[in-house]
Ligand binder design. Structure first.
Ligand code: 13P
Length: 256
């Protein structure tokens, strides 16, 4: 029995107009839109969500957003809420990405509110955690990951835990072409699984997908995806091209 289906999620960041997004998704759907061996999620910018949702209709691919506000509605200029995302049939939302933490001042307390709001609205959070280069060099990787994970998941119930997705994204590996070694990645993934076991118990923790993010490419994916606690990838750059994204999905199918 497969305990955890592998999951490949594309984080397009601030790339692609709605028209470009639809073109990319249509081609992706024509190549892998019917497979059910692994879960595939695309996370376009807000402005492309509606058109991408239509282009995904009838396929097995799922839709995610890259961020959201924790309130359902109100005077929050420029923000987007969970019910708005649900109205586009989004099923996932990336929360706490290191770029949100670094450039937009998001901290664990705020991200925690977003995680709880996502779960209240039947959206699956893809919660990002990970250390900077300075933190790794100081030997504090596991401490940083522990603090982020525990604070961001405060108040999450045991019964909600299996719907969580955690993405371990070492900040020094994002968009740099530097990838964590399989041993470095597996060590942190197993550590996160242990934290989840402490928080939610073994059966729930075994169901949580823990993705690796940080320069994952078709060339390095097979080795990463073969690790016991690496259940997929959160892909930036390589999700912007059909060929590399489809190759990553195929690598996950081969590793399932
Ligand atoms: P890259 O795959 O471009 O390194 O980005 C990773 C990432 O930040 C995904 O959220």
């Amino acid at each position: 029995m497969i305990l955890r289906k592998k999951l490949i999620a594309g984080n397009w960041k601030m790339n692609k107009t709605a028209a470009d997004a639809v073109a990319l998704v249509q081609e992706t759907v024509s190549l892998i839109g019917k497979q059910t061996d692994v879960d595939v999620v695309v996370c376009p910018p807000f402005t492309a969500l509606e058109s991408v949702a239509k282009a995904l209709d009838g396929s097995t691919l799922k839709l995610g957003a890259q961020n959201m506000h924790f309130e359902a509605s109100g005077a929050f200029t420029g923000e987007i809420s969970a019910p708005m995302l649900r109205a586009f049939f989004a099923t996932h939302v990336i929360l706490g990405h290191s770029e949100r933490r670094t450039y937009f001042g998001e901290n664990d307390e705020l991200i925690n509110k977003k995680v709880l709001a996502a779960l209240r609205n039947q959206l699956r959070p893809i919660l990002c955690v990970g250390e900077t280069l300075a933190e790794r060099e100081a030997g504090s990787t596991l401490k940083v990951v522990q603090t982020q994970t525990e604070r961001c998941l405060e108040g999450v119930g045991k019964e909600q835990a299996p719907t969580l997705v955690i993405a371990y994204e070492p900040v020094w590996a994002i968009g740099t072409g530097k990838v964590a070694t399989t041993a470095q990645a597996q060590e942190v993934h197993a550590f996160i699984r242990g934290l989840l076991t402490n928080l939610f118990g073994e059966p729930a923790a075994q169901k949580v997908r823990i993705l690796y993010g940080g320069s994952m490419k078709p060339a390095n994916a097979p080795e990463l995806l073969a690790q016991k606690d690496i259940d997929g990838g959160l892909i930036g750059g390589a999700s912007l091209e059909v060929r590399s994204f489809v190759d990553l999905v195929n690598a996950a199918i081969a590793a399932k």
